[in-house]
Design a protein around this ligand. Structure first.
Ligand code: GN1
Ligand code: MG
Length: 364
């Protein structure tokens, strides 16, 4: 694994000198993350990826606004804001982030102890909890002033635009890998028209924009080690206006899969309807009655399209030479893309059952 270069001015800015230990926390594909242990507690120090995020300052403005708002809500509801919502640790001069002498952006979060996150799980109670946590997150942000949020990455979940980026990657074939992925390219081309479905409904004004998380994979939820309850949603980098189906769907692609996102043995990768049902139960139990009938109907489309979308993003990055997602080995992005496409196929076949599950749960 690559070494993360942390400069002394960063440690000094946070008062982390002396520290007891610093070690990398792996898992995320974008930022570099370290766990810093000091005599005053544990902290998560992150070097933000400014290739992926053109304006880290905008992210931090969004994050300060959203975490302040959510912490107040949790407090009003009698919860523990420091455990249920991430806390941005300020520098000694009170800033929410610091730019080091080489131009790198760093931020720091308080570490939430006795909690775990998972890439995938077969435990239906944990999957229910994941759904409940994201439903609750969406409901808590219902009255957040969406107009104050910066759009962190333009067209982030605009699937047809992601398709256009894939076509560009195929055309430029920068890493000379196109010949290896003809089968995958064919798979995507067959779905070109269908991938417009949610964006068309949005553009026609039939689906409302809400404040969404936009990166709702299972590993972005902390689960309490003792109680097994979901306690805190992490990774607020991409909180922006979006569709309810984006968040629901992006969660399903991890929660309802029988394997991790980068499992290479595709015989182990399946879309599991009982996991889908557990997540949907949790989600609908907490999202309240805010969703319109069409939003509810389109939740399964979100699952299929968000899985397809991240699959085409992995494929495009493979063709571009792995410039966006962190990779552990040369075929990593291709393995991820194939894994996601396997899920897409199974989701397509299971669409009627998914719709039935949502219909049955929404009236019960
Ligand atoms: C990235 O790095 P991480 O784990 O927060 C990506 C998501 C993808 C995800 C796939 C900003 O998330 O969109 O769904 O990888 N984040 C960004 O695991 O592109
Ligand atoms: Mg993220």
């Amino acid at each position: 694994m690559e070494q993360i270069a942390i400069r002394p001015e960063v440690l000094k800015a946070y008062g982390f000198k002396p520290f007891l230990s610093i070690r990398p926390l792996t898992g995320g594909h974008i930022n570099n993350t370290l766990l810093v242990e000091t005599i005053r507690g544990k902290f998560v120090l992150q070097q933000m990826n400014h290739f992926v995020f053109p304006s880290p300052a905008d992210i931090m403005e969004n994050m300060v606004g959203v975490t302040d708002f959510l912490q107040k809500k949790v407090l009003e509801q009698g919860g523990d804001p420091k455990r249920e919502i991430i806390t941005i640790r300020r520098t000694l001069s009170g800033d929410p982030y610091i730019i080091d002498e080489t131009g790198e952006y760093w931020r720091c979060l308080c570490y939430i102890d006795h909690a775990k996150s998972y890439e995938s799980t077969e435990r239906l109670d944990t999957i229910f909890e994941a759904g409940r946590a994201f439903g609750n997150f969406q409901r808590m942000l219902e009255d957040y002033p969406a107009g104050t949020l910066h759009e962190i990455i333009e067209n982030f979940h605009n699937t047809p635009e992601r398709f256009r980026q894939l076509e560009q990657a195929i055309a430029s074939n920068k890493a000379s890998r196109k010949a290896q992925v003809e089968k995958e390219i064919l798979f995507t081309q067959k779905r070109k028209e269908g991938c417009r479905f949610l964006m068309d409904l949005l553009q026609k004004g039939e689906l409302p924009l809400r404040v969404t998380h936009n990166d709702t994979k299972l590993s972005n939820i902390l689960i309490d080690e003792e109680t097994g309850k979901a306690i805190c949603i992490i990774d607020l980098d991409t909180v922006m206006p979006g569709l309810a189906a984006f968040d629901f769907g992006d969660s399903i692609r991890a929660c309802a899969s029988t394997a991790a996102e980068d499992e290479a043995d595709l015989t182990k990768v399946h879309f599991d309807l009982s996991r889908f049902e557990a997540y949907t139960k949790g989600f609908l139990s907490s999202v309240g009655n805010a969703l319109t009938p069409l939003e509810l109907d389109t939740l399964p489309d979100g699952a299929r399209l968000m899985t397809f979308e991240v699959g085409i993003r992995f494929l495009a990055d493979y063709l571009n030479g792995d410039v966006y997602f962190k990779t552990g080995y040369p075929e990593h992005n291709l393995v991820r893309a194939r894994n996601q496409f396997k899920l897409v196929e199974e989701m397509e076949a299971a669409e009627p059952q998914m719709k039935r599950i949502v219909q049955n749960l929404k009236i019960s």
